[in-house]
Ligand binder design. Sequence first.
Ligand SMILES: [Zn+2]
Ligand SMILES: [Zn+2]
Length: 318
Amino acid sequence: MRLIVHGARGSYPTSGDSGRIQEILRWAWNFFAQNKFESWEAAQAAMAQKSFSNWKTYGGHTTCIEIQSGAHDKIPLMIDAGTGLGEAVKNPRSYLFQAEYMRGMGRANFLITHTHWDHVIALPTFTPLFVPGNEFHFYSPIKDLGKRFEALFDERFFPVKYKTVEPQIIVHTVKEDQPFEVEDFQVTATRQNHPGASYRYRIESQGKSFVFASDIEINTHEAGSVNPDVNSADVLMMDAQYFPEDFKPGFGHSHFQDVVDYAVTNSVKALYLCHLNPEYSDKQLDIQIRRAQQHLEEAHSGSGLKVHMAYQGLEIEL
Ligand SMILES: [Zn+2]
Ligand SMILES: [Zn+2]
């Protein structure tokens, strides 16, 4: 399976302004004045050794993850419909970037973690949803998901009526903690500690496992114990919105230290921090991931866990 991160920020979208582009250009101007490279690939490899924010950005779109599998006919399994969904339809690497969706012959599946704005806000502007004939299947344990989608199209907030898109929307209410199948993926939904509740998903295919656990405030019940649905995951992508000193109890999010501890307790192989704080600059996010790696070395040396930061445009092969 292949994962594409179309949006990694939490809470609300943010954007680098032209000043940010100037910063990157200035860094690159210095870097290339000091180093000569045979090819762009060689230059990229050298830049990758430097701090991420010198030459790249973590991106500003909110949660949208795509899971692809070679085993079926280019039907994507999407997680959430944050503003990253608007990026997916423009990205040739995405399965959503297909002419079928413009001809009313497209089909896609979505897992919905919960319906806070940052996870569903791009649904009313998702163009393929307006093309009759397309099929979009939404899976979640949320019992009134269809009603909640309808509310997104309330004319006080959005100009087009829900009935325009309703025929293209098929809602599947699944049971918590009970595996179900979506195409050739085996999926399990587990309830998390978050205001209004959120669900994490374990997705398995061809012997590989990916757990997406956004919008969770790790509570004392979860902190010390192994969670069967997370245990031994190849990749865990998890909410780490805060530095420990910024942590806000009751807001429904976690800080990176708790998340690293949680991943080690659950014998995860690779951890990606996500739901990045929109108030943190790229430079602060560089510091966040360095501190997370430092905590891993100091508190759990020899654990075998790898810790990374998710960013918009990241692709992971499993
Ligand atoms: Zn969120
Ligand atoms: Zn939330």
